[in-house]
Design a binder for this molecule. Sequence first.
Ligand code: GSH
Length: 198
Amino acid sequence: MMQLYWSPRSRSFTALWLMEETGKPYERVLTDISTGAQKKAEYLAINPMGKVPALKDGEATLAEAAAICAYVAERYPDAKLAPPLGDPSRAKYLYWLFFAPGCVEPAMVQIATKIEMNPVAAGWGEAQRVFDVLDVALAKGPWILGENFSAADIAIGSALNFCGRLFKMVPSRPSFEAYVARCMERPAFQRAEKIAAG
Ligand SMILES: N[C@@H](CCC(=O)N[C@@H](CS)C(=O)NCC(=O)O)C(=O)O
């Protein structure tokens, strides 16, 4: 059984939502960041960054919420959280999965902190444009790939839930609100929210 290292009210939510979507049993290992548990040697052996979430699957360990999404979707293909290998929609699936930590995360931090960056040098470019691009992509829906929900929605949906609905770090947009509302209707999201509340 996979073990998910998590902490309440944190980015662990993404991994909790993911595991709940698989419908597979998993063990939750509380790693409460308010107690410093994430900096203990035992945990640093799993994630040397000392951050949650992290996942252990037998001999395999990994961290980074989006990487966990990719790994679990691949390990449990019957959960249908990723287009199968060779399917052309994998291109956009991977694009959006990487877009969450590569563009949405840094852009939301930049907007919230008002730090000036040269958009040519910053990997995410102009922060505002990140959200404009997402706005267009989410206008049709219901999901980021269209009809099929995937782990990319877990990464993007968690980020928008965090920076929009919960912390209001970026200005709200109708497409974001409608998308997060669809995410919130999913029973797995609701279970994860209850767990993440601690
Ligand atoms: N890039 C990581 C970020 C994880 C992260 O920042 N986790 C925070 C909680 S939201 C954490 O563990 N903070 C504790 C610390 O830095 O000591 C991911 O996407 O998984």
